[in-house]
Ligand binder design. Structure first.
Ligand SMILES: NC(=O)c1ccc[n+]([C@@H]2O[C@H](COP(=O)([O-])OP(=O)(O)OC[C@H]3O[C@@H](n4cnc5c(N)ncnc54)[C@H](OP(=O)(O)O)[C@@H]3O)[C@@H](O)[C@H]2O)c1
Length: 352
């Protein structure tokens, strides 16, 4: 079988280099084009020395990259870039996986409010699929355009899906109106750029919340929670910046419905994710660590019920750059091209 010709727009960013790392080890993918406007002509391995001997391409400006000759193009760019090029690529038969937010929200008003720009191609948005594989596997197989989920949304949606799926109105397990997601991200979540709040002397040896009164990932999480639930959902979402390079830890609180007191929540999670290659429901009493998923596409979940009371606490860890971004994007590519879902994604986490 011929290899899939892959283009990456935004190859110098953190999700871009993570795509390069994963795709350079992928048995069915051939890197054909990698763009950067600032580093046009620079060999990739000169910037990212971990790729020496693995990637022999140079960055090229997007206009020279011949993206229409690829089978799939990943956009590892800020929002607004993928939607500006989507129609031209689709017309040339190229599939699209956007790591930004252009194809994550079906609610156009919400997109425009949070991303401060009109959507360039609502028709393409309507046919696109939200690329959270564990929820949308079959739709992704047939998709031409995938909106790869945000990092926080991946942890919160997978942490809540077993509790809410299809349960609006009928035998609720938890109170869907008072959900809380208390989430922490490593600094690479902010991208590779020079900004004051992510300087070493600002972000290291420090811990703080941000976006408490509103964050772009909140509407994304709520839209997809409501879809899977089949009814309204109330969520308080508080992200934090934590002094790690990569990694994400989400602590999710859900109030157990009085009629669901006798449910075995550990078993519920184990059964829901039994066949998922990248979701590990850990044994009772576990406290998953971010380093247990570092550089791998795994997400690990632990379910707690302190004092056997009515508060459920779900702990979720992932690598924000892998399952939270580029690994999940490769998982989507595998499905879109009929490959084994785990092709090129067998990396074991780096520990310690
Ligand atoms: N970091 C994470 O943990 C994470 C997780 C999930 C999703 N995401 C999303 O993934 C996307 C990329 O994130 P990142 O952290 O990798 O960003 P980043 O480190 O800031 O890199 C952005 C990349 O996009 C390129 N770029 C910027 N503006 C462009 C334009 N107008 N046209 C073409 N290329 C452009 C940049 O290169 P040049 O300027 O040289 O062209 C650079 O290579 C973002 O939308 C982000 O929200 C990030």
């Amino acid at each position: 079988m011929a290899k899939i010709k892959v283009g990456i727009v935004g190859g110098t960013g953190y999700t871009g280099v993570e795509l390069l790392r994963l795709l350079s080890q992928h048995p069915n993918a051939e890197l054909a084009a990698i763009t950067s406007r600032k580093e046009d002509g620079m060999p990739v391995a000169d910037m990212y020395t971990n790729l020496r001997g693995k990637v022999d391409l140079a960055f090229s400006s997007p206009d020279k990259a011949r993206l229409t000759e690829c089978d799939v193009v990943f956009f590892a760019t800020p929002h607004g870039v993928a939607m500006a090029q989507a129609q031209e690529l689709l017309a040339a038969g190229v599939k699209i996986i956007d790591l930004a937010a252009d194809f994550r929200l079906q609610d156009l008003a919400s997109f425009e409010k949070w991303y401060k720009m009109p959507h360039a191609c609502p028709d393409v948005l309507r046919e696109s699929v939200y690329g959270l594989v564990e929820l949308n596997r079959e739709k992704i197989r047939g998709a031409r355009v995938v909106g790869n989920p945000g990092c926080y949304p991946t942890t919160v949606l997978l942490g809540l899906a077993p509790l809410l799926e299809g349960r609006a109105g009928a035998s609720p397990l938890v109170d869907a109106s008072t959900l809380i997601a208390d989430c922490k991200s490593g600094v690479t979540g902010a991208g590779r750029k020079a900004e004051l709040h992510i300087l070493f002397s600002e972000a290291s040896d420090n811990f703080k919340a941000y976006g408490v009164s509103g964050h772009r990932h909140h509407p994304e999480i709520v839209e997809h929670l409501q879809t899977l639930h089949g009814g309204p959902v109330g969520l308080t979402f508080v992200p934090h910046l934590t002094p790690m390079v990569r990694g994400m830890h989400s602590t999710i609180y859900a109030r157990i419905d009085p009629k669901a007191r006798d449910v075995d929540f550990q078993k519920l999670f184990e059964q829901r994710y039994a066949d998922e290659p990248f979701v590990d429901v850990m044994p009772v009493g576990s406290t998953p660590e971010t380093r247990s998923v570092r550089a791998s596409n795994m997400i690990r979940i632990a379910v707690h019920r302190p004092g056997n009371g009515d508060q459920l606490v779900v702990l979720v860890v992932q690598d924000n750059l892998v399952k939270g971004a580029s690994g999940q994007a490769v998982q989507n590519m595998n499905l879109m091209f009929g490959l084994p879902e785990d092709a090129g994604l067998g990396q074991v986490a780096v520990l310690p």
